[in-house]
Design a protein around this ligand. Sequence first.
Ligand code: NAD
Length: 171
Amino acid sequence: MRGLYIGRFQPYHLGHQAVLKKIAQEVEEIVIVIGSAQESHTPENPFTGGERMEMIYAALSEIDLRECSIVTPLQDIQRNSVWVSHLRSMVPRFDVVYSNNPLVVQLMSDAGIEIRRSPMYQREQYSGTTIRKLMSENREWAGLVPASVAAFIREIGGLERLIAISKSDRD
Ligand code: NAD
């Protein structure tokens, strides 16, 4: 059985990691889809699709899930009504989708696809919005992501990028 887990992963954090460990208990293979893959270099979407792919593969190695996972980027499209067909045309086949995102749940349900929700893990702190805010204010953020992801973000200058693109020309 193959499960699909979709997210923006801006950045990939320990909440995502906890969800993947849970999914791995239920399915043999996991397709991890990086949504909004075309986005990068904005305060809401600082990392490119490729950078997020590297983050996720590094984090999967930490929990021994790299062998059973496929990571693939997916660009957004302007028409939600045909998004599931778009997704299906771009990713390997799957049997069940894991998501708590209300729009994803609605669109998958409309298409007759089985959806499973996962428990929320310390959502207040394990949240992309919280982590990006901490990073842009140069406060402690690294403990909220897998160690390999923190190392990767430092290696690519991700912290400096987020701080720079969060400024305006009046700063
Ligand atoms: P996300 O990275 O915020 O979250 C991914 C998943 O992890 C979600 O199900 C979320 O609920 C879960 N999660 C996050 N923190 C968690 C925690 N602490 N504990 C447990 N679970 C946690 O990404 P997202 O916003 O859900 O990504 C959906 C993607 O689908 C977006 O890129 C969106 O653009 C895309 N999408 C595109 C279209 C379109 O192009 N028309 C339509 C629908 C969705």
